[in-house]
Design a binder for this molecule. Structure first.
Ligand SMILES: [Zn+2]
Length: 576
């Protein structure tokens, strides 16, 4: 295979050659865990997961080593911990767990290593020590700073002049800095902040040094691929390079640098500070399968900006419905054992051209539909699944995808007949009859999608949820409640609604899967149905749809009951 990757350092597409084919190394900068991740945070997660799959396919699953960190020391984590009056680990562990839950839903393979700053303090301190000893860093007033003047290549990676860099990093001129462009490796803790002992006094590391130290410890001095979002080129990656190259006698930090483009939302950059974000957790709770989010993220080339919208999600869902519709028709057929199809592989080897790979997937689906004998159908099915595995798609059972597991065979056959009858009516241009059948299906909560591959149907979800949500929130807001983010639930709780001192609703449910419990957190608006007022109480009924969502996501399911909330805000759970 000839894999070509666009390397930010050389601004060129280059043929990928690993240093050691038996140990291909990749590092991607991960999130700061202080809030649920938004879909923009998951773009690199999905893009580099596809690259991980392509590399594993080429070199062998156990020969690719992939590390992605969690930043668990940060001002935002400190602030969140102070707000709740808890240790920072309570915050970072909570959001790391939610991140893992989201990643599982998006079918992202577990990383080989997942280092955290708090687990590598000794490595970080040793790294800084070495930079001081070699004249690339200096201690001043409890800080340690990297001396930009000591590294001739500084700025060449991001191709910026010193003036640009100072403006871009919004550096402060501080009395302890020799040069305003010098950046922090270690900083003293303010009173009350978490601190670690160091030769320069109690404090904590800067953000950039975390990655350099963890890469050295987990992967080595020079790695094959370093990735991240395009916004990390400067200052983060410029600074990682300066630190690592200086600490390692001029050896490069990475041989290939990959950066994914921004995600915008309705044409504006998605960012927490702009307030225009949509979290992955929220979308999952609304009933969008993780695979829809993954597919939507792969519809654009990773280097180009991608605009996120409800319409994009709908298109992704319909595309997957078409592909799963084909797999549903091929269900009785045993897939042939075939290699990943050339067209899909070639697209991915060309700098991860996922739009082209998805188009190739549809060509295979088209072939499957036209296949005339069983052998051809078995081959097409095998190819669809092999290509899907490279992209991290199509791993669900088609019945699960369409929500059919809870429907009996007899009922399914009856619906099949109605859908077929509707198709006949449409063909005969008897639209009144076709519409009447659609209404009948609607009433049963069944959605029919028409596509070139034929009509497929599935259990609907979502639409009525929003209506009930609004009604519920309106009622609850009268009692001073506000919509809020989810919180940790006790182990094996059946269903919990909690309210903290700040009037946030916390709704969670937890299901066990063997020893490792899986946490599913649903915001308030997933609770639906009758909101009644009775003796000053508000009663919410957990929806059957929610139950189904949970059943699809956790094996042992849970959760059904009433929740009463009185005017003083105290609550009681009544199990059915
Ligand atoms: Zn980094």
């Amino acid at each position: 295979m000839v894999l070509k990757l666009h390397d930010t350092a050389s601004r060129k597409k280059r043929v990928f050659v690993p240093q050691d084919e038996t140990r291909v190394t990749m590092y991607v900068c991960g999130p700061t865990v202080y809030a649920p991740a938004h879909v923009g945070n998951f773009r690199p997660e999905v893009v580099f997961d596809v690259l991980f799959r392509v590399l594993r396919h080429a070199y062998g699953a156990d020969r690719v080593v992939f590390a992605r960190n969690f930043t668990d020391v940060d001002d935002k984590i400190n602030a969140a911990a102070a707000r709740e009056d808890v240790e920072i680990s309570v915050i970072s562990e909570r959001y790391a767990r939610i991140y893992h839950e989201d990643a599982r839903a998006l079918n992202i393979l577990p990383k080989t290593f997942e280092p955290k700053a708090t687990g590598h303090m000794d490595d970080i301190i040793a790294f800084i020590d070495q930079l001081i000893a070699s004249g690339h860093a200096y201690a001043a007033e409890g800080h340690v700073l990297f001396s930009v003047a000591s590294f001739q290549g500084y700025g060449s990676f991001s191709r910026r002049s010193l003036e640009d860099m100072i403006a871009g990093a919004r550096v402060e001129v501080a009395p302890y800095k020799t040069d305003p462009a010098d950046f922090v490796l270690w900083k003293p803790a303010k009173p009350g902040e978490p601190a670690w002992e160091s030769p320069w006094g109690p404090g904590r590391p800067g953000w950039h040094i975390e990655c350099s130290a963890m890469i050295e410890r987990q992967l080595g001095e020079t790695i094959d691929i370093h990735g991240g979002g395009i916004d990390l080129v400067f200052p983060h990656h410029e600074n990682e390079i300066a630190q690592s190259v200086c600490a390692h006698g001029g050896k490069p930090l990475a041989n290939y640098w990959l950066h994914n483009g921004f995600l915008s939302m309705n044409a504006e950059k998605m960012s927490k500070s702009e307030g225009n974000i949509v979290t992955v957790h929220e979308m999952l709770a609304r009933g969008f399968p993780g695979e829809v989010i993954r597919y939507a993220l792969l519809t654009g080339h990773y280097r180009a900006p991608l605009d996120w919208s409800e319409a994009l999600m709908e298109r992704a869902r319909k595309s997957l419905d078409r592909l799963y519709g084909v797999l549903r028709r091929l269900k009785p057929i045993e897939p042939a054992k075939v290699a990943a199809p050339d067209a899909v592989l070639a697209a991915l080897e060309d700098d991860l051209n996922t739009p082209r790979a998805l188009a190739a997937l549809f060509e295979i689906a088209g072939r499957a539909n036209k296949a005339e004998d069983e052998a051809e159908r078995a081959k097409a099915k095998g190819e669809l699944l092999a290509a899907g595995a490279l992209l991290g798609l199509l791993s669900n059972d088609p019945d699960t995808w369409f929500g059919l597991e809870s429907i009996s065979e007899a009922e399914r056959a009856a619906i099949d007949r109605l859908v077929a009858e509707r198709a006949e009516a449409r063909k005969a241009k008897d639209f009144a009859r076709a519409d009447a059948i659609r209404d009948q299906l609607d009433q049963r909560g069944i959605v029919v999608e028409d596509s070139p591959e034929g009509s497929v149907w599935r259990m609907g979800s979502g639409a009525t949820e929003t209506r009930y949500l609004r009604a519920a929130i309106e009622h609850l807001s009268k009692y001073g409640f506000q919509e809020g983010s989810a919180q940790r639930a006790p182990r094996h709780a059946e269903a919990v609604l909690r309210r903290n001192e700040k009037n946030y609703f916390l709704v969670s449910a937890l299901g066990g899967r063997g020893d490792s419990s899986v946490l599913v957190e649903e915001p308030l608006w997933k609770l639906r149905q009758e909101v009644e007022l009775e003796n000053g109480s508000v009663i919410l009924v957990v929806s059957k749809e929610l139950l189904q969502t949970l059943q699809a996501r956790v094996e042992n399911s849970l959760l059904f009951g009433y929740l009463t909330v009185d005017q003083r805000g105290s609550w009681e759970l009544v199990r059915e």
